[in-house]
Design a protein around this ligand. Structure first.
Ligand SMILES: Nc1ncnc2c1ncn2[C@@H]1O[C@H](COP(=O)(O)OP(=O)(O)OP(=O)(O)O)[C@@H](O)[C@H]1O
Ligand SMILES: [Mg+2]
Length: 267
């Protein structure tokens, strides 16, 4: 199993679980989309996998290695096998497209190589080939700040692929894009995942897009998995279940003052 998450738990503060009892496995080749309301824990989950967030309980096995137990050089090595795609692209705006993609090699090459930009001919060819796959061959030497959002995210995909990852994590990769660019970016992401036999985990807010591209969907609500299945199984009822938070009762909120007309009343 590529990824085996067991009883994962995260508490940022003592009061509330951001994630609770999260258990699932991901096999090679899956295109897994995670959906859920704002604050459900989607980013926390994705960021726990490469340890940008430190879980407070449970284990995450990536190729049978517990990522929650590794630090230092071992963690850097592990991260180099996991590509990350961000909502706001995280590109170097004044640097050209090709160089931004080559930066994906940073986890693999020596500090000297990265400082002086001494990438091999083979690496350059690979970067160009990747950019061709996502339709950006015309823009190799353009500064990334001159690109559209959709084009920037395609550079982001190439940069992630440049590190030859086994797993790609994407946290709302299309949240800043218009519908047409969103489709383009999702199509390319799906295409490269299939062609290169990768595995991809994507956080999305758009349920319709999730249904169209995912091989599997996980729904989280208030830090817990409430749906895990094939896109066809995600019925209207299931969607309601994921997104409709139970109305907070007065009893649930008894630690908090209820404000009426500016006056706090303790329930
Ligand atoms: N650094 C942090 N410190 C404290 N609490 C945090 C932190 N990051 C997230 N949280 C809390 O953890 C919970 C889950 O947040 P998370 O960002 O994972 O949700 P999300 O599903 O990604 O939401 P969104 O759809 O808005 O991106 C929320 O209640 C959030 O307020
Ligand atoms: Mg998020």
């Amino acid at each position: 199993m590529l990824l085996d998450i067991k009883q994962l738990e995260k508490k940022y503060t003592d009061k509330q679980y951001a994630l609770k009892n999260i258990t699932f496995q991901v096999a090679k080749g899956e295109f897994l989309v995670i959906i859920g309301p704002s604050g459900a824990g989607k980013s926390t989950l994705i960021r726990s996998i490469n340890q940008l967030v430190k879980p407070t309980g449970g284990n995450i096995y990536f190729n049978n290695e517990d990522v929650t137990a590794v630090t230092g050089a071992a963690l850097r090595k592990l991260r180099s096998r996991i590509g990350m795609i961000f909502q706001h692209y995280n590109l170097i705006s004044r640097t050209n497209v090709l160089k931004n993609v080559l930066h994906g090699r940073l986890g693999k090459v020596s500090a000297l190589t990265s400082t002086f930009g001494l990438y091999s001919q083979e690496e350059r060819e690979k970067a160009v080939a990747l950019l061709k796959t996502v339709g950006l061959e015309e823009h190799l030497y353009k500064k990334t700040k001159e690109l559209s959002g959709g084009q920037m995210q395609r550079v982001g995909i190439c940069r992630a692929l440049m590190q030859e990852p086994q797993l790609i994590l994407a946290d709302e990769p299309i949240a800043s894009l218009d519908p047409k660019s969103s489709e383009t970016v999702m199509s390319y992401l799906k295409k490269v995942t299939e062609e290169q036999q990768l595995t991809c985990i994507v956080n999305l807010h758009q349920v319709e897009i999730a249904k169209r591209y995912a091989t599997r969907i996980i729904g989280i609500r208030a830090g817990e998995i409430v749906f895990d299945g094939r896109p066809e199984a995600l019925t209207e009822e299931a969607i309601q279940h994921i997104y409709n938070q139970p109305a907070a009762t007065q009893a649930d909120n008894k630690d908090w003052p209820l404000v009426h007309g500016g006056e706090a009343i303790y329930g």
